[in-house]
Design a binder for this molecule. Structure first.
Ligand SMILES: NC(=O)c1ccc[n+]([C@@H]2O[C@H](COP(=O)([O-])OP(=O)(O)OC[C@H]3O[C@@H](n4cnc5c(N)ncnc54)[C@H](OP(=O)(O)O)[C@@H]3O)[C@@H](O)[C@H]2O)c1
Length: 360
């Protein structure tokens, strides 16, 4: 496999630090450049991010001495020195939209963690195990942008990674609706307990914009590509409540699901479908793909955030407590690592898919 030179835009932030860590020993990708705001530009990465390094692993040596570029002012320079960039920035949405399009037009593919382009009709939003086929829309996007190489591909919101992978193989039974409550870690807000002391011993029943994303984004993942657009699916209907809880990493979801009359599978069938589920990420043996995407725990008190979030390098989904429900058909619990599978790890896996399929 070719070696790809990679940039990380927003490399000083919480998700950016994850990207930098994941790229340290990646078999295909070499970290070649880091960009952030004007506040960090001109400093070495160590100077810019050392004081807020939030990863368990130490800062990679190959990153420390890189001089941080200004993501906006140095766009042409950055685009010219890498094969593609990951992007995870905290900026107003319209500025992120413009920034990502600018890089794409500079023929630098962007694999984004940001939500700004998730609803752009010709931008694929991909979980490689679920809807890898959506990347074919990139041809239509390149036509619109007038590019040969450049495009934008995005990953979906972190919250839904705990339940959509489990619902996906059950759609064949006529999954009609799902009710979801998510319990989301503070790293999802780019924070640590040190920087957000109000979260110690606390639970906040509000995360701005999160419930809408949790309800709507799955329908784009399950959508179809038609005439240069991705048309969202109409079902299953999802209703969500999203809470911020006092965990550093790991989003948990309590899920209720209802199937069409007469199509309800048995508990054994559901567990068998989960155990057997493999997607293109596994079939293509992408380096970051978990061997077993969905793990079911029979113990009644699993999955647990601290015990299970790092399963298969934080790229697998942990499931448990599947049982009958008195109002819906079944209920269960899901858990995923929000900055690995839910953010940087999901971005790296998407980039691997795009390389394996020759889009990058
Ligand atoms: N945290 C998660 O679990 C998670 C999951 C999925 C998606 N996301 C999304 O990923 C993005 C980043 O989140 P985060 O948690 O990593 O945020 P964060 O820790 O606050 O980091 C924000 C990054 O954006 C950069 N930035 C801010 N203003 C900028 C500007 N004007 N120009 C260029 N760069 C600028 C910052 O650079 P400086 O250091 O120079 O200020 C920093 O590198 C957001 O869109 C978020 O919604 C996060």
């Amino acid at each position: 496999m070719k070696e790809y030179k990679v940039g990380v835009i927003g490399g000083t932030g919480m998700v950016g630090q994850r990207f930098v860590t994941l790229l340290e020993r990646h078999p295909w990708f070499r970290l070649s450049a880091i960009a952030a705001s004007g506040r960090s530009a001109g400093k070495t990465y160590e100077e810019a991010a050392g004081g807020r390094w939030a990863m368990d692993a130490p800062m990679p040596e190959n990153a420390k001495k890189l001089v941080v570029l200004d993501a906006v002012a140095d766009a042409e320079k950055l685009a010219g020195q890498v094969d593609f960039c990951f992007c995870a920035v905290d900026m107003p949405k319209d500025e992120i939209r413009a920034l990502e399009e600018r890089y794409a037009r500079l023929e630098c593919p962007i694999v984004s963690n940001n939500s700004a382009h998730r609803w752009t009709e010709d931008v694929p939003m991909v979980v490689p195990e679920i809807n890898a086929g959506h990347i074919q829309i990139i041809e239509a996007q390149r036509k619109r942008l007038g590019t040969k190489r450049g495009f934008i591909a995005v990953k979906s919101n972190c919250s839904l990674q705990s339940y959509v992978p489990a619902l996906h193989p059950l759609r064949k039974y006529g999954l009609e609706k799902a009710l979801v409550c998510t319990y989301q870690a503070i790293s999802g807000a780019g924070k640590t307990f040190q920087r957000w002391p109000e979260m110690v011993d606390n639970c906040i029943p509000y995360i701005g914009g999160e419930e809408e994303k949790s309800e709507k984004e799955p329908l784009k993942l399950w959508g179809t590509v038609q005439d240069g657009k991705i048309i969202a699916a109409a079902e299953p209907l999802i209703t969500a409540q999203c809470f911020r809880v006092a965990c550093q990493d790991g989003h948990m979801a309590a899920v209720f699901m209802k199937f069409q009359d007469g199509k309800k599978p048995s508990i054994e069938q559901i567990k068998a479908d989960w155990a057997a589920f493999r997607g293109p990420a596994q079939e293509l043996e992408l380096p970051s793909a978990p061997k077993q995407f969905l793990h079911y725990f029979d113990e009644p008190d699993r999955p647990q955030t601290r015990l299970d979030r790092n399963l298969e390098n934080g790229m697998a989904i942990s499931l448990g407590r599947l049982r009958e429900d008195s109002q819906y058909d079944y209920k269960f619990v899901g858990l995923s690592h929000n900055t690995l599978r839910g953010a940087a790890g999901g971005g790296v896996l998407l980039a691997e898919l795009l390389c394996a399929k020759d889009y990058i």
